[in-house]
Ligand binder design. Structure first.
Ligand code: NAP
Length: 300
């Protein structure tokens, strides 16, 4: 069965639309997301454009700050500082990757944790690990939402996560091993040094794949009846297509779908849920600024 990220993200988005309308009706301004885009990488342009479009769709304000690829680090830090101090902006994302001459960690740490709706700041990552309320990075958050809304049983299941990046694999492994629903999985986190990878993948009840290698996971690597979540998005050249490429996931969808009980497509799966989760975080950031809650971070 298809885990339809398009359908579920539309459900989430329509719930958010109602929530945002209610906020506005109570006299608040709409939540506002700012995005900083450095350079003109095609994939990054597409991601940022879809985030801005999604904001507009549900009545959120958005600001896109475009900076050239040769911009200095101090200039980006100035922009971030101005947005941190701007009370009209609730959430800030800096689209990654950044050009080589920019220290990504320094940039990530300069975003105010209260506005870090990507959940990349060490304060927010730390809270995630401790199981405290925080901004959970959008892709793992979206996957958890998808599992929840499809009532996928996770408790006691063996979940294998392929890939240990800070934005996908590692938080995913953390979330699924938590004492929560979805959660309570026994998690194995695999990476490029894992030996006999297929031995792990074949024992997975839930397989989350975030490698960035098109169609890496084939049917012989998957257990009959598994739930397969494909995070990968790779542009593969295809001269028959108007854009000159097609998007491929990390899973060989056509063959794996015959074996899996649930599977996400690419596109129309995790990518859609990621955007919905980012919007949820932005609305939460605004709610926190209206009414201080236990969620709020106390930064000295
Ligand atoms: P990343 O930072 O490049 O991390 C890739 C991970 O895969 C690393 O941990 C790496 O291991 C591991 N790996 C690479 N080759 C492997 C192999 N042969 N066997 C086992 N492990 C291997 O990637 P990412 O940022 O997590 O992104 C992964 C994919 O998801 C990309 O295609 C990206 O475009 C996509 N993505 C999609 C969304 C969405 O919204 N759908 C969001 C974010 C990312 P090492 O750590 O040992 O190097």
């Amino acid at each position: 069965m298809l885990l339809d990220g398009k359908k579920i993200s539309e459900e989430v988005i329509s719930e958010l639309t109602v929530e945002v309308s209610a906020m506005i009706a109570e006299g608040n301004r709409p939540p506002h997301l700012a995005a900083i885009l450095v350079g003109n990488d095609g994939a990054s342009e597409t991601y940022v454009a879809s985030k801005v479009k999604a904001c507009e769709k549900i009545g959120l304000g958005s600001t896109l700050v475009r900076l050239p690829a040769d911009v200095s680090e101090s200039r980006i830090l100035e922009e971030i500082d101005a947005i941190n101090k701007n009370d009209e902006i609730d959430g800030l994302i800096v689209q990654l990757p950044l050009p080589k001459h920019i220290d990504e960690q320094k940039i990530t740490e300069s975003v105010l944790p209260e506005k870090d709706v990507d959940g990349f700041h060490p304060v927010n990552v730390g809270k995630l690990v401790l199981g405290l309320p925080t901004f959970i990075s959008a892709t793992p958050k979206g996957i958890m939402e998808l599992l929840k809304r499809y009532n996928i049983e996770t408790s006691g299941k063996h979940c294998v996560v392929l890939g240990r990046s800070n934005i996908v694999g590692t938080p995913m492994a953390n979330l699924l091993s938590r004492n929560s629903n979805p959660g309570n999985c026994t998690v194995t986190l695999c990476h490029s040094r894992t030996k006999n990878l297929a031995d792990f993948t074949k024992s997975a009840d839930i397989l989350v794949v975030a490698l960035g290698k098109a169609e890496f996971v084939t049917a012989d690597m998957v257990k009959e009846g598994a739930t397969v979540i494909d995070v990968g998005i790779t542009r593969v050249e295809d001269s028959t297509k108007p854009r000159g490429y097609v998007l491929k996931g990390d899973v060989a969808f056509e063959e794996v779908k015959e074996k899996a009980s649930y599977i996400t497509p690419v596109p129309g799966g995790v990518g859609r849920m990621t955007i919905a989760a980012l919007l949820q975080n932005t609305v939460t950031a605004k709610k926190n600024s209206i009414k201080p809650s236990k969620f709020q971070h106390h930064v000295s």
